[in-house]
Design a protein around this ligand. Structure first.
Ligand code: SF4
Ligand code: FES
Length: 372
């Protein structure tokens, strides 16, 4: 490619594309205390949460910008009594609605109400494949049995179910059972999600980090299950960052595909963006969403490729993975504009691998549970 063509591509990459997805963090309240939670350590209280009316306005603005689907998340979205009203407003805006829930706090009547109002899809989290393990990891007794009941309601209502299993050293040896459980529950899709080390998960890194042996086996288990379960269960799986060759394009690239709105209305390019010092975030109650997306200081900070340092700046993959994850770069290198250390081309990659492998060998399995 000649230099002119490359410059044209880079200029286009720096402009704001049309976003596709909105993550609406309706609340940080949650009955569970998962130590792998990516919510910030400083959780937002109920008194600061946006009203259902404001969420309706946010959804209408998002749809007008070209957003196609909304992920209704938290915390636990069912902790909000006005969840049916919120779902209805997203449906009215013309958005595809995905409820991301632990299932705990959802009653059968509320779930029926959500379906009646047009809920499209549910993503149900599981922490383990038996009550003892799952309830210990989630820090909530009775959670596992509740989830089993909720999964049955979802499937009986004909709503497509995705099971989301966040995996780590303390449950990865049960991956085969996790896949079997997703099939038994009637899920169409299973997300085998290796923990991303943000928020509470970062604090619990040493207790969560999988061993290289566990990760190698999990890749084989998934490959076999994908063949065996073709047409029955789709399985999403990617290698954990520190053992991959190249990083993932976090959020599909900063300010390219999706935006997050926090319970109090701050608009973030990703869930951990507030950890980056110096970034200024706009709020939905103070500025139009389209303007925030297009020219808000936080969104333009790392959009495109202009901000990149070497080795990203001259790398042919820079518009493929967009330099990886800014928050991970900050956490491991102290510089949010550095190449993601998960990249084997990063000068910090060897240290990241060595530290992560050292943590995985740690025998301490005690969690610092998420709490308000
Ligand atoms: Fe991606 Fe940067 Fe690594 Fe190239 S150097 S593969 S752009 S993270
Ligand atoms: Fe912030 Fe990846 S979590 S860029």
């Amino acid at each position: 490619m000649n230099a002119e063509a490359l410059t044209a591509i880079e200029k286009a990459a720096d402009a704001a594309p049309i976003p596709m997805a909105l993550l609406a963090e309706l609340t940080h309240r949650c009955p569970l205390k998962c130590p792998y939670c990516s919510n910030p350590l400083d959780l937002i209280r109920r008194s600061s949460e946006l009203s259902a009316e404001t969420w309706a306005d946010v959804f209408a603005q998002a749809a007008a910008m070209g957003v196609l689907h909304v992920h209704l998340s938290g915390g636990e979205p069912a902790a909000r009594r006005d969840l049916p009203e919120i779902v209805e407003s997203a449906v009215t805006a013309g958005l595809y609605t995905n409820l991301i829930t632990s299932g705990v706090g959802l009653t059968e009547a509320t779930f029926a109400d959500l379906v009646a109002r047009g809920l499209d899809h549910v993503q149900l989290s599981i922490q383990g494949t038996d009550a003892t393990t799952a309830d210990r990891i989630g820090g909530y007794k009775g959670g596992f049995d509740t989830k089993m009941r909720v999964a049955a309601w979802i499937v009986a209502a004909g709503v497509p179910l995705t099971v989301n299993a966040v995996m780590h050293r303390q449950n990865l040896d049960r991956l085969s059972e996790t896949i079997d459980l997703a099939v038994r529950l009637g899920a169409r899709r299973l997300e085998v999600a290796h923990t991303q080390y943000h928020g509470w998960a970062y604090r619990n890194r040493a207790a969560l980090m999988p061993t290289p042996g566990q990760v190698a086996r999990s890749g084989e288990i998934v490959a076999e299950a994908r063949r065996r379960l073709e047409g029955v269960l789709a399985i999403d799986y990617v290698t954990p960052d520190h053992l991959a060759k190249y990083p993932k394009p976090c959020m599909g690239g900063w300010g390219r595909v999706g935006l997050n709105v926090t319970p109090s209305g701050k608009v973030l390019p990703c869930h951990a963006a507030e950890t980056i010092p110096g970034l200024v975030f706009d709020t939905v109650t103070e500025r139009p969403l389209a303007e925030i997306w297009r020219e808000g200081a936080a969104f333009t900070a790392f959009r495109g490729t202009g901000w990149m340092q070497e080795p990203c700046a001259s790398c042919p993959r820079k518009a493929v993975d967009w330099g990886g994850c800014r928050c991970q770069a900050l956490a491991w290198t102290g510089d949010a504009a550095a190449t993601d250390p998960a990249c084997t081309l990063s000068p910090h990659n060897a240290r990241m691998r060595a530290e992560a492998t050292g943590e995985a060998a740690d025998a301490d399995e005690a969690f610092a549970y998420r709490e308000m």
